[in-house]
Design a protein around this ligand. Structure first.
Ligand SMILES: [Zn+2]
Length: 273
């Protein structure tokens, strides 16, 4: 599943080909994505210039003078810019055809992605309005996490996955950051100290930045090509490594079912709070 670093890498990959370009037409081969592609998008987007390509959590925002396209990659979505004459594949459900002959193509086999439209401030859209701070911005800090977690009994891993607390952190990066901070994923969020949250905020930022940097090597794949772009592997220390030795202390990594999603941790290294 594309997580924040993959979405940010996608943003960086497609931005140079979109900003300043005009949308000629919108081709929807299958409108039944996570939500139906709205007719307002088909009516309002053609003829518009794409002013900016930004990201909020795992949403990509293509802003024009009259409204904003809100894109989400869901479980299996990917975006690339191709010559619009290039034949589409069976999972290429939506494309924005630019007047310069290129098109932005959404490929999404599982159709959990989304292509939506708003003519209001996108930050007031129901999908975005309640999102917490961006983890890479200065409003996100150990002090912030400490403050919003007081009295909370939820496991810290689930607390981090809640987009209202912090935007766009998925299970892989939550587990990796908790390992880096030495905190057990099951620990109650309200019982973690300010020092623990300072380490955790630093670990979250470092983990995401490392992944975004790794994604930089794939940026050229967003134009043309037939491979799925923007997917890259950072070396994971705990996620998916249950039963394998901890890279720090050799203790076998444990897996724990937590709220329907697996948590991975080293019982020796992750004892702090
Ligand atoms: Zn360990």
């Amino acid at each position: 599943m594309p997580e924040l670093p993959e979405v940010e890498t996608t943003r960086r990959g497609i931005e140079p080909f979109l900003v300043g370009q005009h949308v000629g037409r919108v081709l929807v081969r299958n409108p039944r994505l996570r939500w139906r592609v709205p007719s307002s998008l088909l009516k309002q987007l053609p003829g518009q210039r794409i002013n900016t390509v930004s990201r909020r959590a795992k949403y990509l925002l293509l802003a024009t003078d009259v409204g904003t396209v809100i894109l989400h990659l869901g479980m299996s979505g990917s975006l690339r810019v191709v010559d619009s004459r290039e034949p589409a594949g069976k999972f290429d459900h939506v494309e924005l055809v630019l007047t310069n002959g290129d098109c932005l193509r959404l490929r999404d086999p599982r159709r959990f992605g989304a292509v939506l439209w708003t003519d209001a401030d996108p930050n007031t859209h129901k999908l975005l309005a309640d999102l917490g701070p961006e983890p890479l911005e200065s409003t996100f800090s150990g002090a912030y996490l400490h403050q919003v977690s007081r009295g909370r009994t939820r496991a810290i891993r689930d607390f981090l996955l809640d987009g209202r607390i912090v935007a766009g952190i998925g299970n892989i990066y939550a587990n990796e950051a908790l390992f880096a901070a030495g905190i057990r994923p099951t620990r109650a969020a309200g019982r973690i100290s300010r020092a623990g949250y300072d380490r955790l905020a630093t670990a979250i930022r470092a983990t995401l930045k490392r992944a975004i940097k790794a994604g930089g090597t794939t940026l050229r794949d967003f134009r043309g090509g037939d491979d799925k772009p923007g997917y890259f592997q950072i070396s994971l220390k705990v996620y998916g490594r249950d039963g394998q030795p901890c890279l720090t202390c050799q203790t076998p990594i444990r897996i724990h079912r937590l709220g329907g999603r697996s948590a991975f941790f080293c019982a020796s290294c992750q004892t702090l709070g």
